[in-house]
Ligand binder design. Sequence first.
Ligand SMILES: *Cc1c(COP(=O)(O)O)cnc(C)c1O
Length: 388
Amino acid sequence: MSKSPRPNSGLHPDSLLAHAGGGFDPATGAVVPPIQTATTFVRDEDYAPIRSGHIYSRDSNDLYLKAEKLIATLEDGADSRLFASGMAAIAAVVRSVKPGGTLLVQSGIYWGTTLFLRKHCARNNIALVEADASNFESVHDEVSITKPDMVWLEVPSNPYLKVADIRRISELCKAHGALLAVDATAATPLILKPLALGADLVMHSATKALNGHSDILGGVVSTSDPDSEAWRFICEERQIAGAILGSFEAWLLLRGLRTLALRVERMNANTMALAKSLENHPKIDAVLYPGLPGHPHHDLAKSQMTGGFGSLMSIRVKGGKEEALRVAGSLDVFQRATSLGGTESLVEHRFTIEGDVTNVPENLLRLSVGIEHEADLVSDLEQALTSI
Ligand SMILES: *Cc1c(COP(=O)(O)O)cnc(C)c1O
């Protein structure tokens, strides 16, 4: 009889996820891992750690290791590191660009990233170049002229749902010696694997669909090259700067990941149905969703993504701020709240949040589509749109 779990290699991601990476707790036989709350670990009489690698929980913890291994497998990567939030993960990656360096960031992405990068780069003498990376010619010109140390993309972008060409941009980056990092939060590793497309690093806000229940903050970065200088920096930065996830959060993340495949499947289907139902709606100017054949980056999205186009979409209602707020205020199933990727559908008027940082249109509503019944979501928007 086997006393330790056999590896689950070769299984489909859905099966790995259902078992939270597989295995059981060798100490107790429990199917669900215990929450490891200890911050410190004992040494033996000869002063060797009793469990190799475990000295202090800022360095390592069984739950992080389990979740990191699972996420690295989902990404087709070699290693992952969890962080205390998506922003902490972004900060660790970006700090690998040294003062005097240059960072090229896609414009029109998650405003928190834009805000952080503007402040961080200004404070640290790093040149920040903002470019519409969904336009390959534009990013090609900017990379050739500014020779950045790192290019930061967000695919698909939040809240415009633009799609940058990861394959071509990764070739461009390699030719110019730039590192390519991709925030793929709005996709999840089940439908977009930037590392397999040539990116050096992929990052997710685990706060969103990875955990999926709107009850923890977390972030994760993965690589396909654990020996690279950038990866060593990121690992060291997590350990010494200390932006680690709490044990309870890591446990909840593993629990959330068990249903990721089911949730993503339902959320993708719901979002597609909703986008189609709104596409030709007389009260809507535009539906921004790469799954729609009419989306300008639909073919590219199809060539990069598998199994769906994600659960984030935006609509631009006819009119301005007042009309957008009236529609948001009339929704009953969609809750008015920020964030995305949870089981519950959310609506947000982005201009109210980020209007002074970006020039997001006043008539734009961002929708994060959950796992409710498709018909309830379609009819909720239908009735809310009668308010304008
Ligand atoms: C939410 C989000 C982040 C930031 O993650 P936190 O976990 O909130 O720190 C980064 N990128 C994208 C695309 C996001 O949606």
